[in-house]
Ligand binder design. Sequence first.
Ligand code: ASP
Length: 584
Amino acid sequence: MYRTHNCGELRNENIGQTVVLSGWVQKIRNLGGMTFVDIRDRYGISQLVFDDKNQNLCDKARELGREYVIKIQGKVIERSNKNSKMPTGDIEIIVEELTVLNKSEIPPFTIEENTDGGDELRMKYRYLDLRRDSVKKNLILRHKMAHEVRNYLDENNFIEIETPILIKSTPEGARDFVVPSRMNKGEFYALPQSPQVFKQLLMISGFDRYYQIVKCFRDEDLRADRQPEFTQIDCEMSFAEQEDILNMFEGLAKHLFKNIKGVDFNDEFLRMTWADAMKYYGSDKPDLRFEMKFVDLSEIVKGNNFKIFDEAEYVGAICAESCASYSRKQLDALTDFVRRPQVGAKGLVYVKYNEDGTFKSSVDKFYSQEDLKKWADAFSAKPGDLLLILSGNRNETLTSLGQLRLEMANRLNLINNNKFAPLWVVDFPLFEWNEEAKRYTAMHHPFTSPKEEDIDMLDTNPGDVRANAYDLVINGVEIGGGSIRIHDNDVQQKMFKLLGFSKEAADSQFGFLMNAFKYGAPPHGGAAFGLDRWVALFSGLESIRDVIAFPKNNAGRDVMIDSPSIISDEQLKELNLKVTKEPS
Ligand code: ASP
């Protein structure tokens, strides 16, 4: 028998019992005649004592090394030197028998909270990294969340159905990963960017409520919240309106908040239109843990011969409370921030509302104290506050101001990490103008339905058509989103046309779906939530890599298994493929 107990469960009530434990050697200390060994497994750590009265056993213990796998038998006794920081800290085990189950080489980094291993090294030996509590606990949380998701959805009649991985291009707007087909030479499968079309087909099949915790693949440039393969909680419902769907998944979010974080949300989640989210926060995923709403100054700043404002489509500002004392250096740093290419503003105008009630600004030449007072009043600003103003093209300026808002919140420590601020962003535009391609693309995906009352504008003013689409946002993170789908063949055809698909292209890519729509498609809609992001959010982590057992690095590489890698000439031949450029 390998164990009667695990390494984390022995307590006072076990004192006097003979137990068998198996696990890894965490630490060895020789103190006087005694040798102490910490034994670790997934559940915790227990202290073993080797008494020098048993010389043979003691000698054996001294030969142990870090990460050896051992089995011991011994008696649980009360510890004289209790350790209140360890759950097993009241007891120790006097070892009577020791078996080395397997030796270990010296690990490349210490398997402890504050490891000496850098990121690359830890990823190369990820299986060792996963022995560390801080990493392990994220995966355990992930498991619990997935389990609670299944509980909730099962209680609500959802059926988990697997959909294929080798498919053809799906319409989420990213680049596909492709897999060559050996049996169909010259042809390729695409990996699903999401199971979107399959879940819609399942609604046509009558499954009514579907879900799947599923891997999705998107070949995009990587960031902290992106991996080439990631996991979605993918859901779809028939005979459901937007309201039904928001309620159902708000229920899921509340279930997770309650069962995982112990937080009760009694009130309904806030709902904000996409237009308001952009207007007041410059983001379609506003972080509402703090306020700092934008004020549109476009009208009141015009007419004073300050060309930049006079010519701007939009002039907007935020008010940073108690920041009027900012130094030249601090203001310069903010100007540098807004000028970063990722932020994209040309410059920053500030107005200091001094404690003595006077104003000092970078545009004093053009505006009187009374003018500046009007701006401050638009915010109900107080002496001591600082207005930060950006101007230019409306959409770009709103986005830049949104980034400045987040930057200021970080600088001013306004973000309470123990707070959760969930909201639904609704009424997204149906289309997005793609400047490069000079055409509209679907903001969500081509199966998203336009709002009934906006359908008339499809031909005249597509940019203004709103969609039955929604996102769940928590603390500035887009946790998921979805839409009510088009279930009418004519509207779907029209949508493809507006998106620039020729009839042939639409047929070849989505003909199967169009066909299915001819056989009684129920009204349906759904949503998908990013499991990785949700777990990261609940763990208080920035990067989703930390909640994935075997993630890829920023270059899309798995440095542990060394992938991607080249394949043999035989494999290439079998697949009828030729590599023309040597991999670098
Ligand atoms: N397939 C969509 C996505 O991956 C979600 C949905 O519309 O249900 O974003």
